[in-house]
Design a protein around this ligand. Sequence first.
Ligand SMILES: C[S@@+](CC[C@H](N)C(=O)[O-])C[C@H]1O[C@@H](n2cnc3c(N)ncnc32)[C@H](O)[C@@H]1O
Length: 224
Amino acid sequence: MEILPTLPKVDAVITDPPYGINTKSDGSGKLSPWGDLCNSAYWYAAWISAARARLTQEGCLWTCLNWRSLVTFQKAACDIAWPIESLMVWDKQWIGPGGQRGLRPSYELVALFAQADFAIADRGLADVQPFPVGSFKPNGHPAEKPIALMDFLVKHSPGTVLDCFMGSGTTGVAAVRAGRTFYGIEQDPVWFDLSCRRIEQAYKQRPLFEAEPQRKPEQIGIEL
Ligand SMILES: C[S@@+](CC[C@H](N)C(=O)[O-])C[C@H]1O[C@@H](n2cnc3c(N)ncnc32)[C@H](O)[C@@H]1O
């Protein structure tokens, strides 16, 4: 929320925030969980609005979520009057660990918010997409997303890319691989450093014949 207003305009926000699904506002879960969902929605509305303020009119915002955080996103979207344009199902083609009673989860979701002049160029693109994943997190972040998913989101977005919850920097790696300018924010210094290392590595691996001139990643620090 402090850094976003300092950034220039971008064409795409591609991000993966904390899902907020274990939030307990009284510390013991005695209050109605609806209050916690509303608190989360308040925060989602705030960062989505701040990120939207950085977007060009042709831009879009993709954000990861799952079925538990969908209601939070819907409330946030209604509160800021920016409706979810599409909800993509990310088919993991793998079943994750579940509890003792229900179905085991094999998908997550990605919501698309569109600015007034944004449209996906490929009009044949479906809202269910397979990106196989397993329990192994190659870079050690517990919520790391597969690079193929982020490659897909970058490919179907215009121009410069911003990720305001970088984690291990997967969106940044995808952006660099696609020859895009990238801005990233991450509050945890451990994950921030890992992101920088991965993004620098992606720059080094970029084919030399790509058109866009390579810029060395810059770090912007703020006093917290
Ligand atoms: C779901 S993870 C992102 C994982 C990432 N997509 C990847 O592939 O590694 C969310 C990240 O947001 C960071 N985060 C949480 N709150 C934040 C905040 N207010 N500002 C910046 N980063 C934040 C967390 O430290 C965490 O690394």
